[in-house]
Unconditional design. Structure first.
Length: 161
């Protein structure tokens, strides 16, 4: 897993630094890619990441690379988001499982949305609370990481900034 992350995620991101992408903008791109890549509504992350990256003039390749790498965690976080949303909205717990969700999806996305509408709303409410906080936290974590990487690549450029 570590080798895959290095080869498929870290090295392309460092390549963007070599091409002149600002470490701060890259940190924001990565933070948003992680957070939006984990949105608890399947099929929405790619579109939403594109819109956000274009609106904020972020590096679209970095945002999409990171959000695509989040696919496994996106599925794993759906039920915790639903549970948090139920708790926030004081709604009764619904019986949910990943297997049942995929079985519903196999009957058609429209059918799944109708059956799971309450769960989708609960998860979206939880994401609306967690997303901004997670984005700020991840940006603050990644900014010094990418500044350090950029400094190792080109010390003169960082000193000028």
């Amino acid at each position: 897993m570590k080798d895959w992350l290095l080869r498929r995620v870290w090295e392309p991101l460092v390549g963007l630094l070599k091409q002149g992408v600002s470490p701060d903008r890259l940190a924001l791109s990565v933070a948003l890619g992680i957070v939006v890549g984990n949105i608890p509504i399947l099929g929405l992350s790619t579109i939403l990441c594109t819109v956000i990256a274009l609106a904020l003039r972020l590096n679209l390749a970095a945002v999409q690379l990171v959000q695509a790498a989040m696919a496994p965690t996106q599925v794993l976080l759906i039920i915790p988001y639903v549970r948090l949303g139920e708790w926030l909205l004081r709604a009764p717990r619904q019986p949910l499982s990943i297997q049942a969700g995929f079985a519903l999806l196999s009957q058609g996305a429209g059918h799944a949305v109708v059956v799971l509408w309450d769960a989708i709303v609960h998860a979206a409410c939880a994401f609306a609370l967690v997303g901004p906080i997670a984005t700020v936290a991840l940006y603050r974590i990644f900014r010094p990481v990418f500044r350090g990487a950029a400094a190792r690549l080109n010390p003169q450029r960082i000193a000028a900034e």
